[in-house]
Design a protein. Structure first.
Length: 98
């Protein structure tokens, strides 16, 4: 029989797994949790913004607003250019005209 857990309980389990030092699969076996459900909830919960995630070491957003500011000595005609290599020869190019 499947057990339906509320989001808060899944957050507690995700935190417990992270702190346990066990792999997700080992943790799920130990706690008798469905591995696919755990991974799905872990992904869902870690994609939501969290106020205390600044020092967690996990991937997050990079503030690029500093690229848009122009220093007074640089002149007003400068813009920015960003190239993101996605693999397999695919690149995403962003640019701004001054």
């Amino acid at each position: 029989m499947r057990k339906h857990r509320p989001q808060e309980q899944w957050q507690n389990l995700v935190d417990k797994q992270r702190d346990s030092g066990l792999s997700a699969m080992q943790f799920c076996k130990q706690e008798d949790i469905g591995y696919a459900s755990f991974c799905s909830w872990r992904k869902r919960l870690t994609e939501e913004p969290a106020a205390d995630s600044t020092s967690s070491g996990e991937a997050g957003f990079l503030d690029l607003s500093s690229l848009m500011s122009v220093s007074p000595s640089a002149g007003s005609g400068l813009g920015w250019n960003i190239v993101l290599s996605l693999g397999n020869g695919v690149e995403l190019r962003l640019s701004q005209n001054g």
